[in-house]
Write a protein that binds this ligand. Structure first.
Ligand SMILES: *Cc1c(COP(=O)(O)O)cnc(C)c1O
Length: 352
């Protein structure tokens, strides 16, 4: 089924003000955005309009009670093409968006609508996808409750929108992480597996404390015993030992990264032995000498190596350039795949 999306073009594109050699992250927005409103039980008024502010009631319920979710994905300039762009597994983002929506008592966005809106918006703003090395277009689909009513109950009205910002290459220094034992990101039965706004707000304070101690990010542990490693900041965690690669198995308190899933599949495809299983902080410390590399994965950076981790005041240094191997091989594999440069054994790449 095709949805009817009205398009209002910008009178004048801002693209000439955009310098692809000097982008930064998240401050420049493309000409257009997609917007839809949920009213009387259905998505209505599907439209692509010039990027610009919303006007909202002071009582907008998302601001008070946090019914707000988002996704993040990227479009890339296809290699050896002037105009084609690629998307990486966008239907996985659509599905995860709906898992978040269900948990937050919000309406689902039909996957076909999510994907059509994305494709039409990108088609219009494709000129904003940087063709400079390491550049990409970051895409932010999100939904929030719009009832102007301050009773605590699920909103009846919602807005679903998508905007895009060009992003430059990610600066890839090896990160120092702190094993967190005082604060928790998520709890069993809670919302840790969703991309709901509150998860990120709640992580800012403990992260700022860790940064004051000289760390870049938190290595979250399970919320019950603080014994099991979960994930890092807003990225998933991998440990490469001499004879096996381990990533924590998915639980209710872990966010199922699409990059995580892609890295697992790609590492196996490249011949590495990888296990998804519970991983304790104690094992990381006891087998510290066997660790070849630690790395984290997510859409923003694909993959970043860790310098080491701090636990109760002791810093365990890990990064050794001579041992870096699996992370760089899989990163390169995924990056060339996303640019449409190699054949795609998993049908992950969509060309637009
Ligand atoms: C988004 C996110 C990730 C990474 O997911 P990707 O789909 O790989 O971008 C990991 N952890 C958290 C908490 C996240 O919000």
């Amino acid at each position: 089924m095709k949805f009817e999306i009205k398009v209002e073009n910008v009178k004048e594109s801002r693209i000439s003000q955009f310098d692809p050699e000097n982008i930064g992250f998240g401050k420049i927005f493309t000409d257009h955005m997609f917007v839809a409103d949920f009213k009387n039980g259905e998505w209505t008024d599907l439209r692509i309009v010039p990027y610009g502010p919303f006007s909202l009631s002071p009582a907008t319920s998302a601001i008070h009670y946090g019914q707000a979710i988002f996704e993040g994905l990227k479009a890339f300039a296809r290699a050896e093409s002037e105009t084609e762009i690629t998307l990486f597994r966008p239907s996985e983002n659509a599905k995860r968006f709906n898992r978040s929506a269900t948990r937050m008592a919000m309406p689902e966005v039909p996957e076909a609508l999510f994907l059509q809106a994305l494709n039409e918006l990108l088609d219009l703003d494709r000129g904003w996808v940087p063709r400079t090395p390491g550049g990409a277009l970051y895409i932010r689909p999100y939904m929030f409750a719009t009832d102007d009513f301050i009773g605590v109950k699920p909103s009846e009205n919602y807005r679903f929108a998508i905007f895009c910002c060009p992003v430059g290459p990610y600066y890839n220094k090896a990160l120092r992480v702190k094993v967190e034992e005082d604060y928790s990101r998520a709890a069993p039965g809670g919302v840790g597996f969703t991309k709901c706004a509150g998860n990120y707000g709640a992580a800012l304070y403990p992260t700022a404390l860790a940064q004051k101690e000289g760390y870049d990010q938190i290595l979250w542990t399970d919320p019950i015993e603080h014994k099991f490693v979960e994930e890092t900041g807003t990225t998933n965690f991998f440990a490469v030992f001499d004879n096996e690669i381990v990533t924590p198995s998915l639980t209710q308190t872990l966010l199922a990264g699409i990059t995580r899933d892609s890295v697992i599949t790609a590492l196996k495809h490249l011949g590495y032995s990888l296990t998804e299983r519970p991983l304790t902080v104690k094992e990381l410390i006891d087998r510290h000498a066997e660790i070849k590399e630690l790395f984290i994965t997510g859409t923003a950076a694909t993959l970043i190596n860790l310098d080491g981790f701090g636990f109760r005041g002791t810093y365990y240094s890990v990064y050794d350039e001579t041992k870096i191997d699996a992370s760089q091989e899989v990163k390169k594999f995924l990056e060339t795949l996303k640019l449409g440069r190699v054949s795609d054994p998993f049908n992950w790449v969509e060309i637009l």
